[in-house]
Design a protein around this ligand. Structure first.
Ligand code: ATP
Ligand code: MG
Length: 440
């Protein structure tokens, strides 16, 4: 992408409405624009990141054996009346009436609809287990939308739903998703700690929230420092090996970790003092096993091995896709701007032309631009005639992992400058060496 032909409305000054760093940087980098409270347009750079995150989530759901569908944003109230949640959900649900006076709603989640879809499509325990997911916009009329896309009213969520013949089988499905979550966050360069969450009336230990540590997080967290030593990179477990998977998940949840909602002071106090950590975190995912809570009222039953009809056992598994954009920035930035982990960066490389219009500099930039683009990389080429200082500031602000600075002075010596955004390290290399390194 050539910056002269792109749309990236950069703000030179801090917007005063932004209270936290991710919101400020997303507005400054021209990633989003607020349309009304908690409702945003995704501008090109923001949308690129959103799509990259969405794709990682999708690939890890697929790898876990989940099957993608797409349900509508607008739902009929009928199913929600059957499950009893139409009244329970309260003011967070945006209720709409169509021209025929039918009660509709903008979906805040999809348990009812997916259970109804599943009910209509399976008859026998032989069709189980299954896990269906979609990545779709949700609307919750939050009482206090704030912090940009961190707590929006309209937001993008991945929600998956598992269906099993028994609670025991359901546990394995839960564990598979648990593993998929660890892999998903790890691929985005994040450490998200699984913490015990409320299971409501079902009880048991089958609900976890995944939290990214950040001072600006909305949840207060209490955990054992052992979590900071865990090897989240090395989760090479065979998900079909029920026992091994169960042991691994046991390992990942064996120490104390809870948010304020589930915190038990006595259990926390039992941890050696030097291992007790209190801080804040951002909830980027929540998984939940709820058994037959929806299958019973919605009559989602299958024929069991003994011929009797049994309600299916389900869980639901959410990831805040749009919240993750902000969450990653909270976890990865410095005073100059965003520092994108490569897998979610809007562009992998930024090329800065220090003297647009200079024939040699233009030619060198064009050469590297096509070499990198041909190698399948996402490249942003700053070919504008802004001054150098402003170009450097913009590149740092938008946080591309690597920058290539090309100017007439360096070129005379056959050199260009390669900069690593995260470490700040700069290297003078030949154009060919730069291309080799970037495409390696
Ligand atoms: P929270 O406690 O933050 O309000 P929740 O527990 O109501 O979230 P879930 O129903 O578990 O949310 O939704 C799954 C995921 O969707 C959450 O883990 C979070 O990452 C994301 N999410 C929920 N609400 C919002 C929101 N208002 N804006 C952006 N993302 C959200
Ligand atoms: Mg939650």
């Amino acid at each position: 992408m050539r910056l002269s032909k792109y749309f990236m409305p950069i703000l030179r000054h801090d917007p005063k409405e932004a209270e936290i760093v991710s919101h400020r940087l997303m507005l400054r980098a021209g990633m989003i624009r607020q349309e009304s409270a908690g409702i945003y347009s995704w501008l090109p750079t923001g949308y690129r990141v959103l799509k990259k995150i969405e794709q990682i989530v999708r690939e890890e759901q697929d790898r876990a054996g989940a099957i993608e569908v797409l349900m509508p944003t607008i739902q009929s109230a009928d199913l929600w009346r059957k499950s009893g949640r139409y009244d329970d959900y309260g003011k967070e649900m945006l209720r709409i009436t169509d021209r025929h006076e039918r009660d509709m709603l903008y979906g805040p989640t999809n348990e009812e609809m997916i259970t109804d879809i599943f009910r209509a499509g399976v008859q026998s325990y032989k069709d189980l287990p299954r896990n269906l997911y979609h990545i779709q916009w949700k609307f919750r009329d939050e009482i206090r939308p704030r912090f940009g896309v961190m707590r929006g009213r309209e937001f993008l969520m991945k929600d998956a739903y598992s269906f099993d013949v028994s609670a025991e089988a359901g546990r394995h499905s839960y564990n598979i998703m648990f593993l998929a979550y660890l892999r998903t966050y790890q691929r985005m360069g994040l450490t998200a700690i699984p913490m015990q969450a409320d299971t409501g009336p079902i009880g048991g230990d089958m609900s976890h929230e995944f939290l990214v540590l950040a001072d600006t997080g909305e949840s207060e967290v209490f955990f054992d420092s052992k979590y900071l030593e865990m090897d989240w990179q090395n989760v090479s477990i065979d998900q079909d090996d029920e026992g091994a998977l169960s042991d691994a998940i046991q390992g990942f949840t064996s120490h104390y970790a809870a948010t304020d909602e589930k915190h038990e002071a006595a259990a926390f106090d039992a941890i050696p003092a030097d291992r007790k950590i209190t801080g804040r975190g951002i909830e980027v995912g929540h998984i939940f096993f709820f058994g037959t809570k929806y299958s019973e009222p919605l009559e989602c039953v299958v024929q069991g091995p003994d011929g009797k009809m049994v309600p299916v056992h389900s869980g639901s598994y959410g990831i805040g896709v749009s919240r993750l954009v902000a969450g990653i920035i909270e976890a990865s930035h410095d005073e100059n701007g965003i520092i994108w982990p490569d897998p979610v960066a809007p562009f992998n490389v930024g090329i800065i032309n220090l003297k647009s219009g200079d024939a040699d500099t233009d030619a060198a930039c064009e050469r590297v631009y096509s070499a990198l683009t041909n190698a399948g990389m996402d490249v942003l080429y700053d070919d504008t005639d802004e001054r150098a200082g402003a170009k450097f500031a913009t590149m740092d602000l938008i946080g591309l992992p690597r920058q290539l600075v090309i100017g007439p002075r360096g070129l005379k010596e056959g050199q260009v400058e390669l900069k690593h955004r995260k470490s700040g390290e700069k290297q003078s290399v030949s154009l060919d060496e730069a291309i080799n390194q970037l495409t390696a």
